[in-house]
Ligand binder design. Structure first.
Ligand code: F0G
Length: 351
């Protein structure tokens, strides 16, 4: 079966693959498109989740990273580098290990989720923590890779976008069409750019009749595309999208304009409420940044800006296990320890 062969082998005809491109893979892609049985009823929509958190390192980054790393190998490079809010660094570190490359990751000190940091450490990356935010880290990484023989694997690397567009193909193949709306969190804006490219390519070869509208969602404290200007000190609990000056701004704005879509912001409260709702209504655990897609759909639906029974795919970009702290710190739970007896347990659960 072609299902688990990885995106390079599976989609090679749609990707910049040559005879010299190694068929690198950790069996990324082919993630499930999950119909939301309960939330669809509750919201009066046809709601699906593209669960990218089931990729090998737990985020959508793997689709783009496998392509970028394979091309780095093909071009004879031996070191890759990225700036990251966490997921890109985890993915870069994993594929570098797989391909036998060195990997340097530049991260904002204290502002990446614990699971992501653990991944970068475990995969053996050289971790450089800066006293600054993602935007500053990316600026430095771009500078260094322009002067040193190191390949930049942030989404300004066009191979990243190529790999990531394959998620659009999967959504269309599963639904038999494009959704009416594709709802997606936006940080550095590479992913919305990639999805739109994928949909347009599928339309151009008649695989789908109609294109979706692209709805991008940013965190309220990190919403440069909503405000129309960079945010110097972005802040949000959704650390993955704590970005004030998106590198792929043009790609995002173009996707929104061409698709008659929109860009909106959601508050941290709306993001955390959506994360919890999704976990407790559907059994799907995503990280806060990913929940921005659902939070945005709920917000627009409540404001009567989305019609009944619209088919919507929300992209769940990262796995909830990446960021356990946020759950422990924000969702209340029974933490009282009681005697290890039948009676004590029974009396507590009957309370
Ligand atoms: N969701 C998650 C979980 C992410 O990690 C990111 C980006 C996004 C959404 C936004 O995607 O940047 O393409 O608009 N994370 C990057 C990183 C910045 O370093 O891991 P985008």
């Amino acid at each position: 079966s072609t299902d688990r062969m990885g995106i390079i082998a599976r989609y090679r005809e749609y990707l910049p693959v040559t005879d010299k491109t190694p068929l690198l893979t950790l069996h990324e892609g082919n993630t499930p498109l999950i119909y939301a049985e309960n939330l669809s009823k509750q919201l009066g929509l046809q709601l699906y989740f593209k669960y990218e958190g089931l990729n090998p390192t737990g985020s959508f980054k793997d689709r783009g990273m496998v392509m970028a790393v394979a091309k780095a190998v093909e071009e004879g490079n031996t070191t890759i580098m990225c700036a990251s809010t966490g997921n890109t660094s985890a993915s870069a570190a994993a594929y570098a290990a797989r391909a036998g490359l060195d990997c340097i990751v530049l991260i904002p000190s204290g502002k990446i989720a614990l699971g992501k940091l653990a991944q970068a450490i475990a995969y053996g990356a050289k971790i450089v923590s800066i006293d600054g935010n993602f935007d500053q880290a990316l600026s430095i990484a771009r500078d260094i890779t322009a002067h040193e023989p190191i390949t930049l694997v942030n989404s300004v690397n066009p191979y990243r976008i190529e790999g990531q567009k394959t998620s659009s193909f999967e959504i269309c193949d599963t639904l038999g069409k494009a959704p009416d709306i594709l709802a997606i969190p936006v940080g550095n804006a590479g992913n919305i750019t990639a999805y739109w490219k994928g949909f347009k390519e599928y339309k151009a070869i008649d695989k789908i009749g109609q294109l979706p509208r692209m709805y991008g969602f940013q965190a309220a404290g990190a919403a440069p595309l909503v405000h129309g200007e960079p945010v110097l000190q972005p802040e949000t609990v959704a650390t993955a999208i704590r970005i004030g000056n998106p590198a792929s701004k043009e790609g995002a704005l173009n996707a929104i304009k061409e698709s008659y879509g929109l860009i909106e912001s959601v508050t941290d409260e709306e993001i955390l409420a959506a994360q919890k709702l999704l976990a407790q209504s559907e059994g799907i655990f995503c990280e806060p940044a990913s929940a921005a897609s659902l939070a945005g759909v709920i917000k627009l639906r409540q404001a009567n800006q989305i019609q009944d029974e619209t088919t919507i795919v929300c992209v769940l970009t990262g796995n909830g296990l990446k960021d356990p702290d946020i759950v422990i710190n924000t969702m209340s739970f029974e933490s009282q320890t009681i005697p290890a007896t039948y009676d004590a347990v029974l009396s507590l659960i009957k309370k």
